[in-house]
Design a protein around this ligand. Structure first.
Ligand SMILES: Nc1nc2c(c(=O)[nH]1)N[C@H]1C(S)=C(S)[C@@H](COP(=O)(O)OP(=O)(O)OC[C@H]3O[C@@H](n4cnc5c(N)ncnc54)[C@H](O)[C@@H]3O)O[C@H]1N2
Ligand code: MOO
Ligand SMILES: [Mg+2]
Length: 414
């Protein structure tokens, strides 16, 4: 008889997984391919930004002291001695009553310390007048106002989003050192599984977990290798698992992880001498989710039930892969929202409900059993109801995990 499994809390399971992760290493990637990677080292400003004081407006550079006393009834006049656009540097040194006509982004000429916007001047040929006094540094984009040389702007472990790409470009990095991405194997097990394009047959279903996991990995920018689905036969599955472990950094299997007569993953972990971190989690769906480590390779044994499989990936596989790449924000972003409808079921275990979150309220995304596919498709989030609670009513405040958001949180508190 199958030994009773001891459930661990979700927090404990998450901690056991992330606690065992070793970094995959680092590699240098071209800047244009760096989006979505994890920054290996801190990004320090190698120069001031901007590195020269410039005009933030199209207008005239003046010496502010020349504008003293200007008013509507006492217009002060300037003579334009040069004319530059962004990228040009004026050789003029502004003397009393002189100005340089310059465009946004152009370097401030010597002798100037303020900029008059075109809208603040009345122009006439090579001269213009103003009706107010300008303060020193008025309308300037000062050297170093954005970043100063030596400042750490982005810490190591950050997700390289488009803003970080802009920063790397600003400092002249044509390539960047990033966390190496693990190559992940995907193996769907189950004698009942048909390839996606095969016609249905009695008792058979199409393999939806494999393509779903591939997409979950793709969403993280992680390369994967898909193995042919394996029938529920111990030797066949074991052989494919061994092959996958030889060819990839870690393996995600789906199905065959529970207590059924043809659930062979538990035997496979034994045969591999793998260290099973847990094989039962106090959660629904996905209570049978198993994570094992063979040598230094993770084996994520996700449930065959689609909603459980999906949830197991987001809760355990995702943070592990992020940590392998050196990320410091491992967990799904979390928020709270008002439950839009009653959820009457009791929650002996922590419950993750595929849900639709609209920024204020959240509601279950329809049929929500462990075997549901529809609610994974309709949902954009997971409602988290703590274990040991009764039902929840419309209007209750609940925790929500957001799916498909690039950057996560650096703690798991649920
Ligand atoms: N006596 C017990 N039975 C079950 C228990 C239990 O504790 N005691 N746990 C139940 C729970 S909870 C879950 S979840 C499932 C988990 O089963 P497995 O992970 O072993 O997965 P399978 O048995 O292989 O399949 C379950 C279900 O999912 C379908 N499936 C499998 N692979 C795919 C795929 N790639 N794409 C789409 N659907 C898939 C499969 O046909 C089954 O219907 O066990 C419960 N039983
Ligand atoms: O592992 Mo099961 O998903 O709890 O239904
Ligand atoms: Mg089973």
């Amino acid at each position: 008889m199958e030994k009773t499994r001891t459930p661990v809390t979700v927090a404990e399971a998450v901690q056991r997984v992330t606690g065992r992760v070793c970094r995959t290493g680092t590699e240098t990637v071209p800047l244009h391919a760096s989006y979505g990677r994890i920054l290996a080292g801190p990004l320090t400003a190698t120069h001031d930004v901007p590195h020269f004081t410039r005009s933030p407006y199209d207008g005239y550079a003046i010496a502010s002291r020349d504008s003293a006393g200007a008013s509507g009834s006492n217009r002060v006049s300037f003579t334009v001695v040069d004319h530059i656009g962004a990228g040009e540097v004026s050789q003029a040194v502004i003397g009393p009553g002189e100005a340089v006509r310059l465009m946004t982004g152009a370097a401030l000429p010597a002798g100037a310390d303020a900029v008059v916007m075109f809208e603040q001047a009345v122009s006439a040929g090579q001269t213009f007048t103003i009706r107010k006094a300008f303060a020193p540094q008025e309308n300037l984009s000062l050297q170093g106002e954005d970043m100063q040389a030596g400042e750490t702007v982005i810490p190591a472990g950050s997700f390289i989003h488009p803003g970080v790409v802009a920063l790397l470009a600003t400092f002249g990095y044509g390539e960047v050192k990033a966390g190496k991405r693990p190559v992940v194997g995907i193996l769907s097990t189950g004698t009942e599984l048909l390839a996606v394009t095969e016609p249905l047959a009695p008792g058979k279903i199409r393999n939806s977990n494999g393509p779903m996991i591939a997409a979950q990995l793709a969403r993280m920018g992680i390369p994967y290798r898909i193995y042919d689905t394996a029938a529920d036969r111990l030797e066949v599955c074991l052989q494919t698992v061994r092959q996958a472990l030889a060819e990839t950094d870690c393996l995600i299997t789906t199905g065959g992880v529970s207590v059924g007569d043809f659930d062979y993953l538990p035997d496979i972990y034994k045969r591999l001498g793998a260290d099973v971190l847990f094989n039962k989690v106090a959660m629904r769906p996905g209570s049978v989710t198993t994570v094992a480590v063979a040598g230094d390779q993770f084996l994520f044994g996700l449930s065959g039930n689609p909603s459980a499989c999906f949830t197991g990936f987001e809760l355990f596989v995702r943070p592990a892969l992020l940590k392998m790449m050196g990320a410091d924000h491992l967990y799904l972003p979390r928020t709270t929202a008002v439950l839009a409808e009653d959820f009457a079921k009791a929650n002996p275990f922590t419950r993750f409900i595929r849900a639709v979150y609209d920024g204020t309220t959240v509601r279950p995304a329809g049929f929500n059993k462990s075997n549901a596919v529809s609610s994974i498709a309709r949902g954009n989030s997971l409602i988290v109801l703590p274990g040991g609670t009764r039902g929840f009513a419309a209007g209750d405040q609940v925790d929500v995990l957001l799916l498909g958001v690039e950057e996560g949180m650096n703690d798991w508190v649920l």
